[in-house]
Design a protein. Structure first.
Length: 340
């Protein structure tokens, strides 16, 4: 097949996410390296070529490649045939000038998954890789001084990123379903960039679903983001001086900060008819001191993002949007979902 589609990596564990398009969607943490609204390994990929296999006695294999088509070798331009940077951002989203695709834009993407289904058991594994991911705006924001050392790091901050995960789901005769995912994400940068590398970490997801009646169900989810090697810092936690930095202007969060997070979600669903469903949803995200995960992510339906606080006071003078770490966010949501 040809076109624009959700990648196999995303689709492989979609059934583990009963909170899709609600607050507490597992994409707040799973497949989400930085904690923003954009989900790096859970997005739709443009100009893709992919294959979906038949079901071979319960085994299904999917594979995809999305050629980069970028006009620049470091992915800082807009890909041919596209209106925004690859990965979902607009030029300049990193808050720097001149405005370029330097906040996570990437080149060629590959994605694959394999799954096995037998009765109540579902097992899956998936892998995805993005080439030449440009995050040089992180360095620019850390080093306003723009010294020679920071320019060296900026050139190095274009590197491949990949993610892999395994998931298992099982349904009991009581119509109780349990599922779990283990995920690892990696950014292949030199050791001198580890102090600001928030894109490399482990993540886990546990979900339990209980069918209460023919039309009603109860759902619980828990996501955990493990610590990353480093952190570029946000407005309230950029308290350290980066390597080779100017104490008067340069600041970051640094290596080995606590950017772990936990998210808990509970939802009740009532399928009123074959097309219409009503839901009630509660979610809590508990961030570590240097983490900024939110309550919604993925760019569809209900999303929240720390960057929504665009005109907030405080922090770095003249720097917007304002993103704050360490927040304890909680929300309630009720909605209708109609499928045509």
């Amino acid at each position: 097949m040809l076109g624009k589609t959700d990648a196999p990596y995303k689709n492989s564990t979609a059934k583990f996410n009963p909170f899709f398009a609600m607050i507490g969607d597992y994409q707040v943490i799973m497949a989400n390296t930085g904690g923003d609204n954009r989900v790096e390994f859970g997005t739709r990929l443009d100009h893709s070529i992919w294959y979906e296999s038949p079901n071979w006695r319960g085994v299904v294999i999917d594979a995809l490649v999305s050629p980069g088509q970028n006009r620049a070798s470091n992915s800082d331009n807009i890909a041919a045939g596209e209106s925004d940077c690859t990965g979902g951002n607009i030029p300049g989203s990193g808050g720097i000038t001149p405005q370029t695709c330097s906040d996570g834009s990437f080149g060629t993407a590959t994605s694959a998954s394999i799954s096995y289904t037998k009765g109540p058991l579902y097992v899956t594994g998936a892998y995805e890789r993005h080439e030449n991911v440009n995050r040089s705006s992180d360095i620019t924001s850390i080093y306003p001084s723009g010294n020679a050392y920071s320019q060296l790091l900026e050139a190095q901050d274009v590197a491949a990123e990949d993610a892999g995960k395994v998931g298992v789901m099982y349904t009991l005769p009581t119509k109780t379903t349990f599922g779990g995912i283990f995920e690892t994400m990696h950014r292949y940068v030199p050791a001198d960039l580890a102090f600001q590398n928030e894109r490399q970490r482990l993540g886990t997801w546990f979900v339990a679903n209980q069918r209460l009646s023919r039309n009603t169900s109860l759902h619980f989810g828990w996501a955990h983001a493990f610590r990353a090697p480093g952190d570029p810092g946000q407005h309230n936690d950029s308290n350290g001086i980066p390597p080779g930095g100017d104490p008067a202007t340069d600041a970051d969060a640094g290596a080995k900060v606590d950017n772990t997070a936990n998210m808990f979600t509970v939802a009740f669903k009532d399928q009123l008819n074959k097309n219409l469903m009503v839901y009630f949803d509660w979610a809590l995200t508990a961030n570590g001191p240097a983490a900024h995960y939110d309550l919604g992510a993925g760019g569809r339906a209900v999303t929240t993002d720390c960057h929504d606080a665009f005109a907030a006071t405080g922090g770095l003078v003249g720097s917007n949007p304002h993103c704050w770490t360490g927040g304890q966010l909680m929300g309630l949501s009720a909605g209708l979902n109609y499928k045509f």
